[in-house]
Structure formats: C-alpha cells, structure tokens
Write a protein that binds this ligand. Sequence first.
Ligand SMILES: Nc1ncnc2c1ncn2[C@@H]1O[C@H](COP(=O)(O)OP(=O)(O)OP(=O)(O)O)[C@@H](O)[C@H]1O
Ligand SMILES: [Mg+2]
Length: 239
Amino acid sequence: MSELILKAEQLEKVYKIGGRRVLALSGLNLQVERGEFISVMGPSGSGKTTLLNILGCLDKPTRGKVILDGVDVTNLPEKSLYEIRRYKIGFVFQTFNLLPYLTAIENVELPMEGTGKSKDERRKRAHELLKMVGLSGREEHMPHQLSAGEQQRVAIARALANNPAIILADEPTGNLDSKNSYQIVRLLGKLNIDQGTTIIMATHDRRMASLTDKILFLRDGRLLKKVKKGTHLAEKLKK
Ligand SMILES: Nc1ncnc2c1ncn2[C@@H]1O[C@H](COP(=O)(O)OP(=O)(O)OP(=O)(O)O)[C@@H](O)[C@H]1O
Ligand SMILES: [Mg+2]
C-alpha cells in the first residue's frame, strides 16, 4: 500500500536581498511516497537546492505547507525542527561537508551524540555503517586522506547514522567522475531497496537521474508536468 511520506502544497519561496526579491519556488506541489527514489533535475537557479532545504526543514517557505510523515512542519519552532532533522532526515551534499579535523569514524559518530546511545554503541554503529558503504579499514583516515568518492561514502554513512526515513541528496555526484558517480548512486539505490529509505536527489546528470524511480523537472521554481519514469536500479541490482 502506498503511503505519503512527504507532501508539499503550494510552496513559495521568496528570497529578499538588499531590496531585491527572488522568487525561487512558485506554487510548487509535490507528493512523495514512502520508499521512492526520486531525482530532481532542472537548470541552475531553478530552485532544486531551495526545494531540498525546505523539504529538509533547513529553511522555511514564504507560503505553502510541508507535511513530513503526517506532521505539518511548516510552522514548528526551531527546536522541534532540529529534532526532525536529526532523526528523520539524512543530508548528503555536493561538497561532502565532512568535518576536516575528525576521522572518518568520528564524522559518522557525530550525529549520534546526545541521542542516548553510549560511546560504545555509537562506535559500533559507525563501524557497521562504514562497512555498509564499503569503507572498512578507512575508519581512522582523515577526510583529506580519502578520495572524493570515499569522502562521499563517509557522508552517506553519516547521513544514515540515526536511521532516517528520508535522505535528501543535493547533487551528491557533482564533484565526482562518472565511475564514482555511478558507485554513489548505486549505493543510494541499494539503501533504498534494502532499507526502504526514501531518497530525493537533485542532479544535473541525466544518466544518474535515469537510474532512479522517477525524474521530476523543475523550471523557474515550478515543477513541470513532465515526470519521467526512470529505470530503477532495483532491476540492475537484482542481476
Ligand atoms: N540564500 C539566498 N538568497 C537569495 N537568493 C537565493 C538564495 N539561495 C538561492 N537564491 C536564488 O534562488 C534561485 C534558486 O536557487 P537554487 O540554489 O535553489 O537553485 P538550484 O536549482 O539549486 O541551482 P544549481 O543547479 O545551480 O544548484 C536562484 O535564482 C538563486 O539565485
Ligand atoms: Mg543547487
């Protein structure tokens, strides 16, 4: 049975900078079912990052509503949004955003701090996550001692730390070559299949988008009606 995990209604986002207004999202409606792997494409400036930031409760819309897992998060206070971001959402960014002075395993442990897990439990889970993303043996490496693809895999392990229902990935392959890009999207696809994690990925790369369930096209802050069905990795991974 399909179940909506995320619903956006009439989203509008206006940025105001020095008296100038930029309309970044304009009456955008979106429904995401639990377990979907969706990509969002669109030209630079079309609103992809703005959309992901709002869906991920990092930013608020100027109008409209976001309903996440049945909860209207639009007007929740920052303290509640912090909890939602921490437990329900995993973020993956183009530039990895690892803390440079922490080892790979410490980066993965970080989101678990203050969640009631003991130090040993946090370490054990971080070990498992690094193993899951294929990085056993790299636990003590600093980010600069890892390749770009490896750094992104650490970032994915970190995003999974608190077992989120949704992963929001903003151009996760934007800084990677095509081989590493494929590996990262394949890893996301595997998480989607094995753990049922819902994933929304913004990308400029049509080949990567075509590996997901569905491709949404954004233009000028609106979703174009055109929704292309991708070939989900599930079929490839089964082989
Ligand atoms: N913090 C901000 N303040 C003012 N304007 C912003 C801000 N962030 C984004 N914008 C504007 O909002 C519009 C949408 O930007 P956004 O970053 O969401 O686009 P994008 O689709 O992610 O682009 P790209 O593919 O280059 O990452 C752009 O016109 C941008 O200039
Ligand atoms: Mg962007």
